[in-house]
Design a protein around this ligand. Structure first.
Ligand SMILES: [Zn+2]
Length: 307
């Protein structure tokens, strides 16, 4: 009774059902009805956990410690709500799934299979129905389309891994994900994710520090001894130029032939907004490949010869 008195609104609201209008309200009410016992149970246990977290915060050694406790709790809570919610949605999708197979026979519920996927909130497990056609033997999991799970990781998690690994060496990327997002991914899994994302054509996001005023590029080549002998390493530096100072400097280096080196430079110039820059300049020595590259990359750069 005490608990109910403390948290009457949650139970009462659930018991009262959703207050919704519009054409989708029928489905939403059906979904809520299907999940009612589960969400009620969840809400009651969460109420107890709020009190436990409160007690932890009240006795925390420092503000930082309290922050960590609340953060960990919020992830755990999100994970539980997500898992319970996805389960109800999966069951609804299954109940509404087309049972008629393309071959003309009917698909029958064969068995239940569980699947665990790593999300940004941690692992989430959903039991799905496995349908099988009696005629042609075709198999399907009707819930999987709505869930959108393909490779054991949610798309949001894959994106976080791919973004970090694109900016940092693998081990640093994984450490950063663990510390900042509490995401635990193995090196092998990260490599597989990056392989998939790397294969997709990625449109480069414009930098936040997109060039509004002037953009300067420095291009140079230097000979270095690599495993297979002496090779020319080509380097380029891009920067915004404001009030006589370089801003938002980025570096590109590779041992590609001159013609292939143009591509990363061109891409960098594009994402930095070179086409709309007030003015562009290239600083370099007299090497002919550099000036060819510069004029391919930028329409009319100011050419500054640096002996
Ligand atoms: Zn069939």
């Amino acid at each position: 009774m005490g608990r109910k008195k403390c948290y009457p609104s949650v139970d009462d609201q659930i018991a009262a059902g959703p207050k919704l209008g519009g054409k989708d309200s029928g489905l939403v009410i059906a979904l809520n009805a299907a999940g009612l016992p589960r969400v009620a149970q969840l809400a009651r246990s969460v109420a107890g956990e709020v009190q436990a977290l409160w007690a932890q915060v009240m006795t925390a050694a420092s503000g930082e410690a309290a922050e960590q406790m609340a953060l960990a709790w919020s992830r755990k809570l999100g994970q539980r709500v997500l898992q319970a919610g996805l389960q109800v949605r999966a069951e609804t999708a299954q109940a509404q799934a087309e049972r008629q197979c393309e071959c003309g026979n009917r698909r029958h519920a064969h068995s239940q299979r569980s699947r665990t996927v790593l999300t940004r909130l941690g692992p989430v497990r959903v039991v799905r129905q496995y349908l099988r056609c009696q005629g042609c033997g075709a198999r399907s999991f009707p819930a999987d389309e709505w869930l959108g799970w393909k490779h054991g990781f949610s798309r949001h998690l894959e994106e976080a891994v791919a973004q970090q690994a694109a900016a940092l060496p693998y081990r640093q990327a994984l450490t950063s994900l663990r510390r900042l997002c509490a995401i635990e991914v193995s090196l092998r899994a990260a490599q597989r994710i990056v392989g998939r994302w790397g294969a997709a054509e990625l449109t480069p996001e414009p930098y936040a520090q997109r060039v509004k005023g002037r953009m300067v590029a420095e291009i140079d080549g230097t000979t270095t001894h690599l495993e297979d002998g002496w090779r020319e390493i080509k380097v380029a530096t891009f920067m915004g130029w404001r009030q006589g100072k370089p801003r938002a400097v980025t570096y590109i280096a590779d041992w590609l032939p001159a013609q292939e080196f143009e591509e990363p430079l061109y891409r960098e110039a594009l994402v930095r907004g070179a086409p709309t820059a007030q003015a562009t300049a290239v600083v370099a020595d007299g090497a002919p490949w550099i000036w060819e590259t510069a004029t391919t990359m930028l329409s009319r750069p100011t050419q500054i010869l640096d002996g």
